[in-house]
Ligand binder design. Structure first.
Ligand code: SAH
Length: 371
Protein backbone atom coordinates (compact mmCIF):
# COMPACT_ATOMS: atom_id res chain seq x y z
CA UNK A 1 0.00 0.00 0.00
CA UNK A 2 2.96 2.26 0.50
CA UNK A 3 3.07 3.48 -3.05
CA UNK A 4 -0.39 4.97 -2.61
CA UNK A 5 0.30 7.00 0.50
CA UNK A 6 1.91 10.01 -1.18
CA UNK A 7 -1.14 10.35 -3.41
CA UNK A 8 -3.33 10.94 -0.41
CA UNK A 9 -0.74 12.92 1.51
CA UNK A 10 -2.28 12.40 4.91
CA UNK A 11 -5.63 13.98 4.04
CA UNK A 12 -7.63 10.92 4.96
CA UNK A 13 -9.93 11.34 7.89
CA UNK A 14 -13.18 9.89 9.01
CA UNK A 15 -15.85 12.45 8.20
CA UNK A 16 -19.10 11.38 9.74
CA UNK A 17 -20.27 15.01 9.72
CA UNK A 18 -19.80 15.42 5.99
CA UNK A 19 -16.28 16.75 6.40
CA UNK A 20 -14.53 20.01 7.11
CA UNK A 21 -14.75 22.01 3.96
CA UNK A 22 -11.98 24.25 2.76
CA UNK A 23 -12.60 27.80 1.50
CA UNK A 24 -12.75 26.67 -2.12
CA UNK A 25 -15.17 23.88 -1.30
CA UNK A 26 -17.42 26.31 0.56
CA UNK A 27 -17.91 28.33 -2.60
CA UNK A 28 -18.59 25.24 -4.62
CA UNK A 29 -21.22 24.07 -2.13
CA UNK A 30 -23.36 27.08 -3.00
CA UNK A 31 -23.25 26.15 -6.66
CA UNK A 32 -25.58 23.64 -8.21
CA UNK A 33 -24.07 20.23 -9.02
CA UNK A 34 -25.02 20.34 -12.68
CA UNK A 35 -24.01 16.72 -13.29
CA UNK A 36 -26.89 15.66 -11.07
CA UNK A 37 -29.56 17.14 -13.35
CA UNK A 38 -31.31 14.65 -15.60
CA UNK A 39 -32.25 15.60 -19.15
CA UNK A 40 -35.53 17.30 -18.22
CA UNK A 41 -34.02 19.11 -15.25
CA UNK A 42 -31.21 20.36 -17.47
CA UNK A 43 -33.76 21.76 -19.95
CA UNK A 44 -35.52 23.70 -17.17
CA UNK A 45 -32.20 24.90 -15.80
CA UNK A 46 -31.10 26.49 -19.10
CA UNK A 47 -34.58 27.90 -19.77
CA UNK A 48 -34.38 29.58 -16.34
CA UNK A 49 -31.10 31.11 -17.45
CA UNK A 50 -32.87 32.59 -20.46
CA UNK A 51 -31.34 30.14 -22.95
CA UNK A 52 -33.02 28.04 -25.63
CA UNK A 53 -33.89 24.43 -24.79
CA UNK A 54 -31.38 22.99 -27.28
CA UNK A 55 -28.58 24.44 -25.13
CA UNK A 56 -29.77 22.07 -22.42
CA UNK A 57 -29.27 19.13 -24.74
CA UNK A 58 -25.80 20.35 -25.70
CA UNK A 59 -24.84 20.80 -22.07
CA UNK A 60 -26.19 17.37 -21.17
CA UNK A 61 -24.27 15.78 -24.03
CA UNK A 62 -21.04 17.49 -22.99
CA UNK A 63 -21.29 16.24 -19.43
CA UNK A 64 -22.78 12.79 -19.97
CA UNK A 65 -21.75 11.91 -23.53
CA UNK A 66 -18.32 13.53 -23.90
CA UNK A 67 -17.59 13.33 -20.16
CA UNK A 68 -16.45 16.95 -19.95
CA UNK A 69 -14.96 18.06 -16.62
CA UNK A 70 -15.11 21.82 -17.20
CA UNK A 71 -17.29 24.41 -18.93
CA UNK A 72 -14.30 25.81 -20.88
CA UNK A 73 -14.09 22.73 -23.06
CA UNK A 74 -17.73 23.10 -24.20
CA UNK A 75 -16.66 24.98 -27.28
CA UNK A 76 -20.00 25.03 -29.08
CA UNK A 77 -21.59 26.99 -26.22
CA UNK A 78 -21.36 30.81 -26.32
CA UNK A 79 -18.58 32.17 -24.13
CA UNK A 80 -20.81 34.35 -21.94
CA UNK A 81 -23.12 31.41 -21.32
CA UNK A 82 -20.11 29.31 -20.26
CA UNK A 83 -18.97 32.07 -17.90
CA UNK A 84 -22.40 32.34 -16.34
CA UNK A 85 -22.50 28.56 -15.95
CA UNK A 86 -19.16 28.60 -14.15
CA UNK A 87 -20.58 31.13 -11.68
CA UNK A 88 -23.80 29.27 -10.99
CA UNK A 89 -22.83 25.63 -11.33
CA UNK A 90 -20.08 23.10 -10.87
CA UNK A 91 -19.34 19.65 -12.22
CA UNK A 92 -18.70 18.07 -8.84
CA UNK A 93 -17.35 14.77 -10.15
CA UNK A 94 -14.93 12.60 -8.20
CA UNK A 95 -11.14 12.59 -8.18
CA UNK A 96 -9.09 9.42 -8.41
CA UNK A 97 -7.16 9.37 -5.13
CA UNK A 98 -5.55 5.96 -5.63
CA UNK A 99 -5.52 3.08 -8.06
CA UNK A 100 -4.38 -0.51 -7.66
CA UNK A 101 -3.88 -2.73 -10.68
CA UNK A 102 -4.07 -6.48 -10.31
CA UNK A 103 -1.96 -8.96 -12.25
CA UNK A 104 -5.14 -10.12 -13.98
CA UNK A 105 -5.88 -6.61 -15.30
CA UNK A 106 -8.57 -5.73 -12.75
CA UNK A 107 -8.19 -2.20 -11.39
CA UNK A 108 -9.51 -0.82 -8.17
CA UNK A 109 -10.05 2.92 -7.84
CA UNK A 110 -10.39 5.00 -4.70
CA UNK A 111 -12.41 8.13 -5.53
CA UNK A 112 -12.43 11.28 -3.43
CA UNK A 113 -15.77 13.10 -3.51
CA UNK A 114 -16.09 16.89 -3.37
CA UNK A 115 -16.67 16.84 0.42
CA UNK A 116 -13.58 14.73 1.11
CA UNK A 117 -15.32 11.39 1.54
CA UNK A 118 -14.01 8.29 -0.23
CA UNK A 119 -15.66 5.49 -2.19
CA UNK A 120 -14.33 2.59 -4.26
CA UNK A 121 -14.98 1.24 -7.72
CA UNK A 122 -13.56 -1.69 -9.65
CA UNK A 123 -12.91 -2.12 -13.37
CA UNK A 124 -13.04 -5.70 -14.63
CA UNK A 125 -12.11 -6.57 -18.17
CA UNK A 126 -13.93 -9.47 -19.78
CA UNK A 127 -13.97 -10.77 -23.34
CA UNK A 128 -17.54 -9.49 -23.68
CA UNK A 129 -16.63 -5.96 -22.54
CA UNK A 130 -15.59 -3.78 -19.65
CA UNK A 131 -17.54 -3.95 -16.45
CA UNK A 132 -17.44 -1.38 -13.67
CA UNK A 133 -18.58 -2.07 -10.12
CA UNK A 134 -19.54 1.15 -8.35
CA UNK A 135 -20.44 2.34 -4.85
CA UNK A 136 -23.85 3.80 -4.03
CA UNK A 137 -23.27 5.10 -0.48
CA UNK A 138 -20.37 6.28 1.67
CA UNK A 139 -20.38 3.38 4.12
CA UNK A 140 -23.40 1.17 4.74
CA UNK A 141 -25.83 0.56 7.59
CA UNK A 142 -26.80 -3.04 6.81
CA UNK A 143 -24.16 -4.63 9.04
CA UNK A 144 -23.45 -7.88 7.12
CA UNK A 145 -20.96 -9.72 9.31
CA UNK A 146 -18.48 -10.68 6.57
CA UNK A 147 -18.43 -7.34 4.73
CA UNK A 148 -15.84 -4.57 5.08
CA UNK A 149 -18.08 -1.78 3.75
CA UNK A 150 -20.34 -1.64 6.76
CA UNK A 151 -17.61 -1.16 9.39
CA UNK A 152 -18.07 2.44 10.57
CA UNK A 153 -21.71 2.58 9.47
CA UNK A 154 -23.38 4.82 6.92
CA UNK A 155 -21.91 8.28 6.36
CA UNK A 156 -24.20 9.47 3.57
CA UNK A 157 -25.93 8.59 0.32
CA UNK A 158 -24.28 9.29 -3.02
CA UNK A 159 -26.04 11.54 -5.52
CA UNK A 160 -26.65 10.16 -9.02
CA UNK A 161 -23.86 12.46 -10.26
CA UNK A 162 -21.38 10.83 -7.88
CA UNK A 163 -22.29 7.35 -9.11
CA UNK A 164 -21.95 8.57 -12.70
CA UNK A 165 -18.60 10.19 -11.88
CA UNK A 166 -17.16 6.78 -10.96
CA UNK A 167 -18.14 5.34 -14.35
CA UNK A 168 -17.00 8.44 -16.24
CA UNK A 169 -13.70 8.65 -14.38
CA UNK A 170 -12.86 5.04 -15.15
CA UNK A 171 -13.87 5.35 -18.81
CA UNK A 172 -11.73 8.49 -19.15
CA UNK A 173 -8.69 6.92 -17.46
CA UNK A 174 -8.89 3.53 -19.14
CA UNK A 175 -9.76 5.06 -22.49
CA UNK A 176 -12.09 2.13 -23.10
CA UNK A 177 -15.84 2.04 -23.36
CA UNK A 178 -17.66 0.74 -20.31
CA UNK A 179 -20.42 -1.64 -21.37
CA UNK A 180 -21.61 -3.03 -18.03
CA UNK A 181 -22.23 -1.42 -14.66
CA UNK A 182 -22.91 -3.33 -11.47
CA UNK A 183 -24.04 -1.65 -8.28
CA UNK A 184 -22.12 -3.94 -5.94
CA UNK A 185 -19.53 -1.62 -4.42
CA UNK A 186 -19.86 0.09 -1.05
CA UNK A 187 -23.43 0.66 0.14
CA UNK A 188 -26.91 -0.78 -0.20
CA UNK A 189 -28.37 0.54 -3.49
CA UNK A 190 -32.01 0.17 -2.41
CA UNK A 191 -31.28 2.15 0.78
CA UNK A 192 -30.53 5.06 -1.59
CA UNK A 193 -33.45 4.31 -3.87
CA UNK A 194 -34.27 7.60 -5.62
CA UNK A 195 -30.68 8.48 -6.47
CA UNK A 196 -29.98 4.95 -7.71
CA UNK A 197 -33.03 4.91 -10.01
CA UNK A 198 -32.04 8.35 -11.29
CA UNK A 199 -28.51 7.03 -11.97
CA UNK A 200 -29.90 4.02 -13.87
CA UNK A 201 -32.00 6.24 -16.13
CA UNK A 202 -29.14 8.70 -16.72
CA UNK A 203 -26.42 6.16 -17.48
CA UNK A 204 -28.72 4.49 -20.01
CA UNK A 205 -29.89 7.81 -21.52
CA UNK A 206 -29.37 8.11 -25.27
CA UNK A 207 -27.68 11.51 -24.78
CA UNK A 208 -25.38 10.06 -22.13
CA UNK A 209 -23.27 6.89 -22.18
CA UNK A 210 -26.33 5.05 -23.48
CA UNK A 211 -25.41 1.82 -21.70
CA UNK A 212 -28.11 -0.78 -22.26
CA UNK A 213 -30.26 -1.32 -19.18
CA UNK A 214 -29.82 -5.04 -19.74
CA UNK A 215 -26.16 -4.52 -18.87
CA UNK A 216 -26.93 -2.89 -15.50
CA UNK A 217 -27.20 -4.92 -12.29
CA UNK A 218 -28.44 -3.78 -8.90
CA UNK A 219 -27.45 -5.96 -5.96
CA UNK A 220 -29.46 -5.80 -2.74
CA UNK A 221 -29.40 -7.50 0.63
CA UNK A 222 -33.17 -7.84 0.23
CA UNK A 223 -35.19 -4.73 1.15
CA UNK A 224 -38.49 -6.30 0.21
CA UNK A 225 -40.68 -3.24 -0.27
CA UNK A 226 -38.00 -1.55 -2.40
CA UNK A 227 -37.70 -4.62 -4.64
CA UNK A 228 -41.44 -4.35 -5.28
CA UNK A 229 -41.13 -0.64 -6.01
CA UNK A 230 -38.26 -1.30 -8.42
CA UNK A 231 -40.35 -3.89 -10.24
CA UNK A 232 -42.82 -1.14 -11.13
CA UNK A 233 -40.19 1.27 -12.56
CA UNK A 234 -40.31 -0.27 -16.02
CA UNK A 235 -36.55 -0.78 -16.15
CA UNK A 236 -34.85 -3.69 -17.95
CA UNK A 237 -32.09 -4.07 -15.35
CA UNK A 238 -30.91 -7.26 -13.64
CA UNK A 239 -31.74 -7.68 -9.98
CA UNK A 240 -29.27 -9.58 -7.81
CA UNK A 241 -30.20 -10.69 -4.30
CA UNK A 242 -27.56 -11.34 -1.65
CA UNK A 243 -28.97 -14.57 -0.27
CA UNK A 244 -25.94 -16.22 1.38
CA UNK A 245 -28.12 -18.67 3.37
CA UNK A 246 -31.03 -20.98 2.55
CA UNK A 247 -32.98 -20.36 5.79
CA UNK A 248 -33.80 -17.42 8.06
CA UNK A 249 -31.94 -18.66 11.14
CA UNK A 250 -28.60 -18.92 9.36
CA UNK A 251 -29.20 -15.79 7.31
CA UNK A 252 -29.86 -13.80 10.49
CA UNK A 253 -26.49 -14.90 11.87
CA UNK A 254 -24.74 -13.58 8.78
CA UNK A 255 -26.90 -10.56 7.95
CA UNK A 256 -28.68 -8.57 10.71
CA UNK A 257 -31.03 -7.10 8.09
CA UNK A 258 -32.51 -10.60 7.67
CA UNK A 259 -34.33 -10.19 10.99
CA UNK A 260 -36.49 -7.49 9.44
CA UNK A 261 -36.81 -9.17 6.04
CA UNK A 262 -37.56 -12.91 6.21
CA UNK A 263 -36.81 -15.05 3.14
CA UNK A 264 -40.46 -15.80 2.35
CA UNK A 265 -41.15 -12.11 1.71
CA UNK A 266 -37.96 -11.64 -0.31
CA UNK A 267 -38.74 -14.65 -2.52
CA UNK A 268 -42.28 -13.36 -3.12
CA UNK A 269 -40.90 -9.95 -4.08
CA UNK A 270 -38.46 -11.67 -6.47
CA UNK A 271 -41.28 -13.60 -8.14
CA UNK A 272 -43.10 -10.30 -8.54
CA UNK A 273 -39.98 -8.72 -10.06
CA UNK A 274 -39.52 -11.61 -12.49
CA UNK A 275 -43.15 -11.31 -13.57
CA UNK A 276 -43.24 -7.50 -13.89
CA UNK A 277 -39.79 -6.88 -15.37
CA UNK A 278 -39.62 -10.08 -17.40
CA UNK A 279 -36.06 -10.62 -16.19
CA UNK A 280 -34.48 -13.50 -14.35
CA UNK A 281 -33.09 -12.80 -10.88
CA UNK A 282 -29.55 -13.63 -9.73
CA UNK A 283 -29.01 -15.03 -6.24
CA UNK A 284 -25.57 -14.35 -4.79
CA UNK A 285 -24.28 -16.86 -2.30
CA UNK A 286 -20.93 -16.07 -0.64
CA UNK A 287 -19.38 -19.33 0.51
CA UNK A 288 -18.14 -19.25 4.10
CA UNK A 289 -16.27 -22.29 5.33
CA UNK A 290 -18.30 -24.44 7.71
CA UNK A 291 -21.04 -21.80 7.92
CA UNK A 292 -23.28 -22.06 4.86
CA UNK A 293 -21.44 -24.46 2.53
CA UNK A 294 -22.69 -27.96 3.45
CA UNK A 295 -24.36 -30.21 0.90
CA UNK A 296 -27.54 -30.14 3.04
CA UNK A 297 -27.57 -26.36 2.72
CA UNK A 298 -27.14 -26.77 -1.04
CA UNK A 299 -30.23 -29.04 -1.10
CA UNK A 300 -32.15 -26.52 1.02
CA UNK A 301 -31.14 -23.74 -1.38
CA UNK A 302 -32.48 -25.78 -4.31
CA UNK A 303 -35.83 -26.14 -2.60
CA UNK A 304 -35.92 -22.39 -1.89
CA UNK A 305 -35.37 -21.30 -5.51
CA UNK A 306 -37.14 -24.21 -7.20
CA UNK A 307 -39.23 -23.25 -10.23
CA UNK A 308 -37.97 -19.65 -10.30
CA UNK A 309 -36.47 -18.02 -13.37
CA UNK A 310 -33.13 -17.49 -11.67
CA UNK A 311 -29.43 -18.06 -11.58
CA UNK A 312 -27.24 -18.74 -8.54
CA UNK A 313 -23.79 -17.17 -8.35
CA UNK A 314 -21.46 -18.78 -5.81
CA UNK A 315 -18.87 -16.31 -4.50
CA UNK A 316 -15.87 -17.71 -2.63
CA UNK A 317 -15.67 -15.48 0.46
CA UNK A 318 -13.02 -12.80 0.36
CA UNK A 319 -11.96 -12.97 4.02
CA UNK A 320 -11.80 -9.53 5.65
CA UNK A 321 -9.66 -9.06 8.74
CA UNK A 322 -11.83 -8.79 11.82
CA UNK A 323 -14.97 -9.89 9.98
CA UNK A 324 -16.76 -13.23 9.87
CA UNK A 325 -15.38 -16.33 8.29
CA UNK A 326 -12.92 -18.01 6.00
CA UNK A 327 -13.49 -19.00 2.40
CA UNK A 328 -14.82 -22.45 1.60
CA UNK A 329 -12.38 -24.90 0.03
CA UNK A 330 -12.39 -25.55 -3.71
CA UNK A 331 -13.75 -29.08 -3.24
CA UNK A 332 -16.58 -27.86 -1.01
CA UNK A 333 -17.59 -25.23 -3.55
CA UNK A 334 -17.52 -27.78 -6.38
CA UNK A 335 -19.62 -30.22 -4.33
CA UNK A 336 -22.13 -27.46 -3.57
CA UNK A 337 -22.28 -26.53 -7.23
CA UNK A 338 -22.84 -30.17 -8.22
CA UNK A 339 -25.90 -30.42 -5.95
CA UNK A 340 -27.43 -27.36 -7.63
CA UNK A 341 -26.71 -28.71 -11.10
CA UNK A 342 -28.21 -32.08 -10.21
CA UNK A 343 -31.38 -30.19 -9.23
CA UNK A 344 -31.36 -28.23 -12.50
CA UNK A 345 -30.60 -24.90 -10.83
CA UNK A 346 -28.48 -22.69 -13.11
CA UNK A 347 -25.27 -22.00 -11.23
CA UNK A 348 -21.90 -20.33 -11.78
CA UNK A 349 -18.89 -19.86 -9.51
CA UNK A 350 -17.66 -16.29 -9.65
CA UNK A 351 -14.30 -15.97 -11.33
CA UNK A 352 -11.95 -14.46 -8.85
CA UNK A 353 -10.58 -11.22 -10.15
CA UNK A 354 -8.30 -8.88 -8.27
CA UNK A 355 -7.62 -11.07 -5.24
CA UNK A 356 -4.16 -9.59 -4.96
CA UNK A 357 -5.58 -6.04 -4.64
CA UNK A 358 -8.20 -6.42 -1.89
CA UNK A 359 -11.05 -6.24 -4.36
CA UNK A 360 -13.73 -7.16 -1.78
CA UNK A 361 -16.15 -4.33 -1.06
CA UNK A 362 -14.85 -1.64 1.19
CA UNK A 363 -11.40 -3.04 1.82
CA UNK A 364 -9.48 -0.27 0.11
CA UNK A 365 -11.49 2.52 1.72
CA UNK A 366 -11.08 0.77 5.07
CA UNK A 367 -7.32 1.06 4.79
CA UNK A 368 -7.63 4.83 4.41
CA UNK A 369 -9.95 5.36 7.35
CA UNK A 370 -9.56 5.04 11.08
CA UNK A 371 -12.52 2.76 11.79
N1 SAH B 1 -25.50 -4.00 -0.43
C1 SAH B 1 -25.54 -4.76 -1.66
C2 SAH B 1 -24.22 -4.70 -2.42
C3 SAH B 1 -23.13 -5.29 -1.60
S1 SAH B 1 -21.67 -5.92 -2.31
C4 SAH B 1 -25.90 -6.19 -1.36
O1 SAH B 1 -25.94 -6.56 -0.19
O2 SAH B 1 -26.17 -6.94 -2.29
C5 SAH B 1 -22.01 -7.18 -3.42
C6 SAH B 1 -21.98 -8.61 -2.90
O3 SAH B 1 -20.73 -8.98 -2.29
C7 SAH B 1 -23.05 -8.89 -1.90
O4 SAH B 1 -23.65 -10.11 -2.23
C8 SAH B 1 -22.29 -8.98 -0.61
O5 SAH B 1 -22.99 -9.69 0.36
C9 SAH B 1 -21.02 -9.65 -1.07
N2 SAH B 1 -19.87 -9.50 -0.19
C10 SAH B 1 -19.58 -8.51 0.67
N3 SAH B 1 -18.43 -8.74 1.30
C11 SAH B 1 -17.95 -9.90 0.82
C12 SAH B 1 -16.79 -10.67 1.07
N4 SAH B 1 -15.90 -10.27 1.95
N5 SAH B 1 -16.63 -11.82 0.38
C13 SAH B 1 -17.55 -12.23 -0.51
N6 SAH B 1 -18.67 -11.55 -0.80
C14 SAH B 1 -18.88 -10.40 -0.13
Amino acid sequence: MDFLSPVLSGRVEKRMDGGNVTGADKNSLEKIDIGDLNFEEMQSFVLDMGQKAFRGRQLYQWIHGHLACSFEEMTNLPKDFRQELAQRAMIAGAKVAARQVSKDGTSKFLFELSDGNFVESVLMKYKHGNSVCISTQVGCRMGCRFCASTVGGLVRNLRASEMLAQVYGIQRISGERISNVILMGIGEPLDNYDNVVKFVRMVSDEYGLNISQRNLTISTCGLTEKIRELAKEDLAITLAISLHAPNDALRQEMMPVAVKYPLAGIMDACRYYIEKAGRRVTFEYSMVQGKNDSLEEAEELCRLVQGMNCHVNLIPLNPVEGRMGQRSGRGQIEGFRAVLEKNHVTVTVRRELGRDIDAACGQLRQQYSDF
